[in-house]
Design a binder for this molecule. Structure first.
Ligand code: NAD
Length: 264
């Protein structure tokens, strides 16, 4: 992939630490020659993001909490001033109260439903609207989703409902932005042990289940998600928009427990 992203610049949102999916994507983009800008959420994460940014020679744009629109505006104002134009956008952000990532979906509270939707769904649209203005030569936008959007997964609850809405918004955004040659896609990653994932009840069970039952009989890494994202963020996928690409060792194809799967 050397040179695949040469001359391209873009923003990656959602880096928390070196286990983040955003980090896998940032490393692959950097290795392919892209110039990267990063945001962080709050001072605690700033300390983690700055050294990672330095490893890739990335621009740290600043703090962004997508629940506060003025912080999104500030990020895009800085990008407009420093770069003027961007070619890609990665949205690797999701949040739900961990007390509701366990038990029954039916017990979801109104407050957490709204917060989950705002941060995990609307924020992609809010960011896309600002990024559109900087994608004057076309571009590629990518968000991260999960199979829990399509099928019911234990404990995923309101996040599953949010990911379903996120995938629908990918299609609506693809139609709105297509005439400007801006493509909008989602990458549906298999389960990976990250900070966000550790909030999901019994996550280890989900990991094991995937390892035993996915066609490739293993889970996926952030580096593999990063390499697959290169396809969606580069000109290799220049005719692809409104798509959800599964990077999950093939798990989404499976209808039943594998015959050789051990008990967990
Ligand atoms: P992570 O904890 O490393 O990243 C989540 C990021 O969301 C963090 O950087 C956090 O700062 C950011 N975030 C949360 N609320 C925010 C807010 N209000 N404003 C700005 N940023 C905010 O975990 P991850 O697993 O790398 O998550 C990245 C994306 O991948 C999420 O959308 C997640 O749902 C999705 N995903 C994860 C998995 C998995 O198994 N880990 C699988 C499929 C999809």
């Amino acid at each position: 992939a050397v040179g695949l992203m040469a001359g391209k610049r873009g923003l990656i949102m959602g880096l928390a630490n070196n286990r983040s999916i955003a980090w896998g994507i940032a490393k692959s983009l950097h290795a392919a020659g892209a110039e990267i800008a990063l945001t962080y959420q709050g001072d605690a994460l700033r300390k983690r993001v700055e050294p990672l940014a330095a490893e890739l020679g990335a621009l740290v744009v600043g703090h962004c909490d997508v629940a506060e629109a003025d912080t999104i505006d500030a990020v895009f104002a800085t990008l407009a001033e420093k770069w003027g134009k961007i070619d890609f956008l990665v949205h690797a952000i999701g949040f739900s109260d961990k007390d509701e990532l366990t038990g029954r979906y039916v017990d979801t509270t109104e407050g957490n439903f709204q917060k989950t939707m705002l941060i995990s769904v609307y924020s992609f649209t809010a960011v896309a609207r600002r990024a559109e203005k900087l994608m004057t030569d076309g571009g590629s936008m990518l968000t991260l989703t999960y199979y829990g959007a399509e099928k019911v997964m234990p404990n995923y609850n309101v996040m599953g409902v949010a990911k379903a809405a996120l995938e629908a918004s990918v299609k609506y955004l693809a139609v709105d932005l297509g005439p400007q040659n801006i493509r909008v896609n989602a990458l549906s990653a298999g389960p990976i042990k990250t900070l966000a994932a550790s909030g999901i009840g019994d996550f280890r069970y989900i990991l094991k289940w995937n390892e035993y039952n996915a066609p490739l009989r293993r889970t996926v890494t952030i580096e593999e998600v990063g390499d697959s994202s290169l396809y969606l963020l580069s000109d290799l996928s220049r005719a692809v928009t409104g798509e959800v690409l599964h990077v999950d060792s093939g798990y989404h194809t499976v209808g039943m427990k594998a015959v050789d799967a051990p008990d967990i």
